[in-house]
Design a protein around this ligand. Structure first.
Ligand code: VGL
Ligand code: ZN
Length: 198
């Protein structure tokens, strides 16, 4: 089996002091750096939004951060402005090893959010990651990073549905935990056949 590590969104805006700080977000850096050498391939993802992105509360009249709206593709959480492409907030955490094989960016379409590293939130527009993995013969994935209940969760469930063997290293992930979203994410990952470790 060819086994890849997928490092999800370990960016300044998701770490303490960032625009959408995940509690303890920077604590994933050391364990992720330490595990990288054990994989056949290392892929890093970056949340990468244009200014004024439709997932930002500030883009909607009366929109409140962490509120919900209905988008043509379904319900969408409204977020504080974060990971605006090219900004320091969108950069990787300064201590994260970035000497992996591929960096894949997502969320650049102004009208659709993209939690998953595989599909945008319409669940049908691909990011291209599946083709990259398959053409490299990668069939097994381990995932770690931020946030457990959003981008890690959706990436892991999509990967399992696509037929990859998926493990999430919960000890190298941290959650936002909005209205029980962490518990729901754990249940959904288990139901999809994702192995949870740590
Ligand atoms: C994420 C919310 C908005 C994540 C990205 O990386 O989990 N969460 N954008
Ligand atoms: Zn985002």
């Amino acid at each position: 089996m060819t086994h890849a590590l997928i490092v999800i969104d370990v960016q300044n805006d998701f770490c303490p002091g960032g625009a959408l700080a995940v509690p303890g977000g920077d604590e994933v850096v050391a364990p992720i750096n330490a595990m990288m050498d054990r994989f056949d391939a290392v892929i890093l993802t970056q949340d990468w939004h244009p200014a004024g992105h439709s997932s930002f509360a500030s883009s909607h009249e009366g929109g409140e951060p962490f509120g919900m709206i209905d988008m043509p593709y379904g319900p969408q959480v409204l977020w504080p402005d974060h990971c605006v492409k090219g900004t320091e907030g969108a950069a990787f955490h300064p201590r994260l090893r970035t000497d992996g094989d591929l960096i894949i960016r997502k969320g650049f379409n102004p009208a659709i959010d993209s939690y998953s590293a595989f599909f945008e939130n319409d669940h049908e527009t691909p990011t291209g990651l599946e083709g990259y993995l398959r053409t490299r013969g990668i069939d097994r994935l381990t995932m770690a990073g931020l946030a457990t209940d959003f981008c890690v969760h959706y990436s892991a469930v999509d990967a399992a549905r696509l037929g990859f063997e998926v493990t999430v290293r919960l000890d190298a992930c941290r959650a936002i935990d909005l209205d029980g979203s962490l518990g729901a994410a754990v249940d959904a990952m288990k139901a999809a056949g994702v192995k949870l470790e740590g």
